[in-house]
Ligand binder design. Structure first.
Ligand SMILES: Cc1cc2nc3c(=O)[nH]c(=O)nc-3n(C[C@H](O)[C@H](O)[C@H](O)COP(=O)(O)OP(=O)(O)OC[C@H]3O[C@@H](n4cnc5c(N)ncnc54)[C@H](O)[C@@H]3O)c2cc1C
Length: 531
């Protein structure tokens, strides 16, 4: 996907520039000239990162230099063949895992048939507005369900810990081919932004349809058709069957009904570590001040972010999905529960910054839920989300409302209910509530210890105006669907490929996309004649 044709590339150099030099082409060229003692070159930035560790903020650039030739295109667009008459592969769920599985199947001359419970991006937007305005959560169309999955109305941070750069670059290049900005291939911590993601998702849909793939929106998988330990098809809510030799299950970590279905059908699933906590929000200007010091007002610097980790005696506490210039989003997938997450637009220009601050949940924390076996974590998660709904003083009789419990961070640390709340970006509304009583005592204590340590690392973090909103519970799947390491097929059921975050093999947009692709590659091998 990347342009690998030979160009007269003399060398790759690394530069350390001021924000002003990095933002201005003429100044950047001058810096390069002074390094190579030559002015006859073209350059292409291949990596960019910010070093904000000192008062003197630096921009690190890695640059390719070309002589006597224009710079090459960053990517060569993939060509997707028509696959309408090729063998069909079912994909359940059209999130990053499902989308990238579909694209890879098409590349490998197989025909994806996608079943997605939610609506297309445009119709889905109306349901998101209804959560905020009318306090109504549609169980099939919300911040987690619908075209593009949980990634569509997210921050679109594309950073991943995946070690295989080739795979990551392929995902980024595919996003660029479908309309994302080329900078995502350059920036050390790339992101797209909620305002731009839906267009990219829509373009991916168009590629799939143009190639002969099928997408069924508002179609929920409700049953697996299994014969002789082989998954031969699936059934939707209208009783329609979709038969295929292979099925990728990419339903994400919020599709609890899918986990219950697997459990009831006695298909092997396992419980898996996950994390739970709160979303904390500060003024972005405060975070800029903490991170950039006297450079905090420099417009050339992006809104600052942070990543925090602390280990207590029994638990890890860490920041999750930090959204500079963002909004706290109501991410419940059913009425009667409160779930937070965060998003930000491409410019990250909202007044607030937010992040999840969460505690790892160990098997010892789930003793009360032991009777639920592999679903213990899921039951715990569900219980806390319902408690948050109740703490929000929502209408329990009718499961109506999305008011979230909130507390000043400083009051949470003192186990004190707040008498007033600072301004906050969570739009459905907040109510002051004792969040310190929402979690089991040891989880609250771990959160409090973590926050206190973060206050030492980032002076000002424990500000009077910092607010916490509960509950940040969907950080990762509490369930794993085990599969063979090599073939990626389920360990018991043939033709069944659990994929993405819901299956426990990804944690974010890029890793879910890579996992979807990998499942598609393994399925494709079954159709490739062995030489
Ligand atoms: C608000 C928000 C912000 C986020 N920000 C970021 C970020 O900045 N960066 C990042 O890397 N990650 C972010 N994430 C997480 C990221 O979105 C997920 O990790 C990723 O989307 C997981 O991909 P997936 O394909 O495995 O599952 P999902 O994206 O969850 O997709 C699953 C799909 O399956 C569908 N489905 C479920 N059940 C059924 C069924 N029975 N039948 C048919 N279809 C079904 C759902 O409707 C959904 O579309 C964010 C998530 C949220 C909610």
């Amino acid at each position: 996907m990347k342009d690998n044709t030979t160009h007269f590339l003399l060398k790759t150099i690394e530069l350390i520039l001021t924000p002003e030099e990095a933002a201005n082409d003429t100044l950047t060229r001058k810096c390069i000239e002074s390094v190579i003692n030559d002015s006859h070159f073209e350059y292409q930035i291949i990596k960019r990162s910010i070093d904000a560790r000192n008062n003197q903020i630096k921009i690190n650039l890695k640059v390719n230099l070309y002589f006597s030739e224009p710079v090459p295109n960053r990517i060569i667009p993939k060509v997707y063949p028509n696959v309408s008459d090729k063998p069909k592969v079912n994909i359940i769920g059209f999130g990053p895992a499902g989308m990238f599985a579909a694209l890879k199947l098409i590349e490998n001359e197989l025909c994806p048939v996608i079943i997605e419970r939610g609506k297309d991006v445009r119709s889905r937007r109306r349901d998101l507005a209804a959560i905020t305005k009318n306090q109504i959560v549609d169980e099939n169309s919300n911040y987690c369900f619908g075209e593009g999955g949980a990634g569509t109305y997210s921050d679109g941070k594309l950073y991943t810990r995946s070690k295989k750069r080739g795979d990551v670059d392929e995902i980024l290049a595919t996003l660029i081919q479908h309309g994302a900005d080329e900078n995502i291939l350059i920036d050390a911590h790339p992101h797209i932004g909620t305002n731009k993601l839906p267009r990219v998702v829509q373009a991916i849909r168009e590629t799939i349809l143009k190639s002969g793939g099928k997408i069924h929106f508002k179609t929920k998988m409700v049953d697996f058709i299994i014969e002789n330990n082989t998954l031969i098809g699936i059934t939707d809510q209208n009783g329609l069957n979709y038969f295929a030799e292979n099925t990728i299950l990419a339903t994400g970590h919020s599709a609890r009904d899918v986990f219950y279905l697997l459990h009831n059908k006695k298909i092997n699933i396992e419980s898996k570590p996950f994390a739970i906590g709160v979303r904390v929000e500060h003024q972005q200007s405060l975070i800029n001040k903490i991170q950039y010091g006297r450079n905090s007002a420099n417009d050339l610097l992006p809104p600052a972010s942070y990543k925090l980790v602390h280990q207590t005696k029994n638990h890890g506490v860490f920041s999750f999905c930090m959204c500079p210039g963002g909004i706290i989003a109501p991410c419940a997938t059913a009425p009667g529960e409160i779930v937070t997450n965060g998003w930000s637009p491409s410019k990250r220009n909202n007044t607030f910054s937010n992040s999840g601050i969460v505690v790892t949940i160990n098997p010892d924390d789930l003793i009360e839920y032991k009777q639920y076996g592999s679903l213990a974590g899921l039951k715990f998660q569900e219980t806390i989300e319902k408690k948050a709904f109740k703490a929000g003083k929502n209408d329990e009789k009718n499961n109506f409302g999305q008011i979230a419990p909130a507390q000043r961070l400083t009051d949470f640390l003192k186990n004190k209910t707040s008498t007033s709340l600072p301004e906050c970006s969570y739009n459905p509304g907040l109510i002051s509530a004792p969040i310190h009583q929402l979690f089991p005592k040891n989880i609250t204590e771990a959160l409090q210890e973590g926050f206190k340590e973060f206050g030492k690392k980032m002076y000002g973090f424990l500000s009077e105006d910092a607010i916490i909103v509960a509950v940040e519970s969907r950080t990762s799947s509490p369930v794993k669907i085990p599969r063979h390491r090599e073939t990626l097929e389920h360990i018991e059921i043939k033709g069944f490929y659990p994929s993405g975050e819901g299956a426990g093999f990804a944690g974010g947009i890029v890793s879910a996309a890579i996992d979807g692709q990998n499942c598609a590659i393994e399925i494709s091998k079954k159709y490739t004649p062995k030489s």
